[in-house]
Design a protein around this ligand. Structure first.
Ligand SMILES: [Zn+2]
Length: 595
């Protein structure tokens, strides 16, 4: 199927709510920098020393600048993500990155002066009612106190930001502009990586295999560059960690997630203990497909029958699912579509995957995805609008700096929205064969988040450890580690082809945010726990859940989840989650048995 025949053709976003064009974006940056400088002139040396009322006003003004900065910065990124080959876009993205780093340097003094306060002074401010809405974020920020450097040093580190971003951009551009000639049965034509990957859901094994082989062949041509990008970024992060005295490469991510390192490790161990559950499914799936043994190309092969879903139907499905749960969420979804804040059409020059970017209480979120007319794309759409609705509600209620949560909690509402959508699809599906497919897909998505992302987090741990020992992260070394970590999960139940050694090379999370990966494992388990609660008592659950959404990042994960009855310290929470996972796998087995 050619790109032009995909049903989301023409569904591209309108960036008019961000900026009218490149020129306006550039002058907006000039204004922002002027505002930032004037702000710094007025407040430098006075953060936290004029009482709680003054600090609140200062933070509100700072929020205003940051909020506008996020808007104009995303304008450049959004263009870069959908038009990587355009010269004006690349110029603007470079300009925006430079200016964003400048602005950050100008404003850095606020965080540093806040950290420099004595504990007693800070505690007095944190206890003041004027700062109640900011208190949690301010308290979390102070955890960085032991690792903060002097302002000049922090600025110098910050000034390197464009150089760091250049590695990230190079990595993304190599993938976004990679077009691979592939014949899916209708003649050879150029494919993006996402489109090639979508064939892993194709019923024909030979096509799945050859699509993956084509992908691996293409990755061969970029793997050295991808390894160099990763090596540069990991090396840089570790060097800065050493300078700050940060002992554990996971610490910065754990701190942002507000999760204790021991909690994360315990979760990952517990997940690894459940790997046999995944392997049980692989063995069953091989039987269903009539194979001796599953190969990587079969991991996501459809069982039962898939069907084509056109974009308007997908929109209706997600609307229904959100509306069923809480109409307010569906209204936000519709508003984003009406304002053309969604880019769903796959095309060359556009980044793969999907994301949601929320910027400001004055601008609705923007969502990017690559819609390929498959049922699972509906799930992706629901996932991204789990983010969009969470952020919109949080931005309504919280000050800008308190609306966003750490990554781990951020993935909870998106995963929950995705689970609701899937559940609805399953319940409404009359055809047992499509039902079997949906049940299998739900189980496999859960395994992809809970198991696969933990595999990836272990890969990252190994990579950081090796780089920390002074070993270069060259392509072969990364490939070895990647294979080893994957083997621990797949064991004898699934065979990996040689080409998959390069599987690490196209994963953007490794590049952008270290250890982002385990956030998906965490979130899927928590979302499972929430779903169990919802099923028990929907009437009580929904208002509590909305409260959780609107609270944004104003409290710790533990406190945020409290109203919903999910207690992160209670082993029963995790048991309930693995119980849901086991239920999904058992239902998937029952689904295929009914065929
Ligand atoms: Zn997400």
């Amino acid at each position: 199927m050619a790109v032009s025949t995909l049903s989301a053709a023409g569904i591209r976003w309108d960036l008019g709510d961000l900026a009218a064009g490149a020129d306006e974006a550039r002058s907006a940056w000039d204004e922002l920098l002027a505002r930032g400088r004037a702000f710094a002139e007025r407040h430098r040396g006075g953060v936290g020393t004029h009482g709680p009322e003054a600090l609140r006003e200062l933070l509100e003004e700072l929020d205003g600048i940051l909020e506008d900065g996020a808007r104009v910065h995303f304008y450049a990124l959004a263009r870069e993500h959908t038009d990587a080959a355009d010269a004006e876009t690349n110029d603007l993205a470079t300009f925006a990155r430079d200016r964003a780093a400048d602005l950050e340097s100008i404003l850095l003094f606020v965080e540093l002066e806040w950290l420099a306060l004595e504990d007693a002074e800070a505690d007095a401010l944190l206890a003041a009612p004027e700062l109640e809405r900011y208190a949690h974020r301010l308290r979390v920020a102070r955890e960085e106190k032991p690792y903060a450097l002097a302002e000049g040093e922090e600025q110098a580190l910050n000034a390197r930001r464009p150089g760091i971003s250049a590695w990230e951009s190079l990595h993304g551009r190599e993938l976004a502009t990679l077009t691979i000639d592939f014949d899916a049965g209708e003649g050879s034509e150029p494919h993006t990586i996402d489109r090639l990957l979508s064939y892993v859901h194709h019923p024909e094994r030979e096509l799945r295999r050859s699509a993956l082989e084509a992908l691996y062949g293409a990755l061969e041509t970029v793997a050295d560059v991808q390894a160099a990008c990763y090596d540069a970024l990991v090396g840089d992060r570790l060097a800065v960690d050493r300078l700050r005295g940060i002992p554990d490469p996971m610490w910065p991510t754990n701190q942002k997630n507000e999760l204790d390192g021991e909690v994360v490790e315990a979760m990952m161990r517990s997940i690894e203990d459940h790997y046999p559950l995944g392997r049980r499914w692989f063995v069953r799936k091989a039987q269903v497909l009539g194979l001796d043994k599953l190969e990587l190309a079969d991991q996501y092969a459809p069982v039962g029958s898939d069907r084509r879903v056109e974009w308007p139907e997908a929109v209706q499905m997600v609307d229904d699912s959100l509306r069923d749960f809480e109409p307010r969420l569906a209204d936000i979804f519709r508003a984003c579509l009406d304002r053309r804040h969604v880019d769903a059409e796959p095309r060359s020059g556009k980044v793969g995957g999907a994301y949601c970017n929320s910027l400001s209480r004055h601008v609705l979120p923007y969502v990017l995805l690559n819609f390929t007319d498959q049922l699972r794309d509906v799930v992706t759409l629901a996932h991204e609008f789990g983010h969009a609705t969470h952020n919109t509600l949080a931005l309504e209620r919280q000050p800008y700096r308190a609306y966003h949560t750490g990554l781990a909690v951020a993935e909870v509402p998106s995963t929950f929205a995705q689970l609701l959508a899937v559940e609805r699809l399953i319940v409404n599906e009359q055809d047992p064969s499509t039902r079997a497919m949906l049940l299998a897909d739900r189980a496999e998505s859960a395994m992809a988040s809970i198991f696969r992302q933990t595999v990836m987090a272990r890969f990252e741990q190994s990579a950081y450890a090796l780089r920390g020992e002074g070993k270069a992260l060259a392509r072969e070394r990364l490939s070895d580690v990647w294979f080893e970590e994957n083997e621990r999960y797949y064991g004898d139940a699934l065979a990996m082809p040689e080409g998959y050694r390069l599987g690490w090379s196209y994963i953007p999370h490794f590049i952008h945010v270290r250890f982002y990966t385990y956030a998906y494992s965490f979130a899927h388990l928590v979302a499972f726990s929430l779903l169990a609660r919802y099923r028990e008592d929907p009437e009580r659950f929904v208002p509590a859940y909305l409260e959780f959404l609107a609270a944004g990042g104003s409290r710790s994960p533990q406190e945020l989840l409290e109203p919903t009855g999910v207690d992160l310290r209670d082993p029963a929470t995790w048991e309930a989650a693995f119980g849901e996972l086991e239920r999904c796998i058992a239902e998937a087995e029952a689904g295929v048995a009914a065929l």
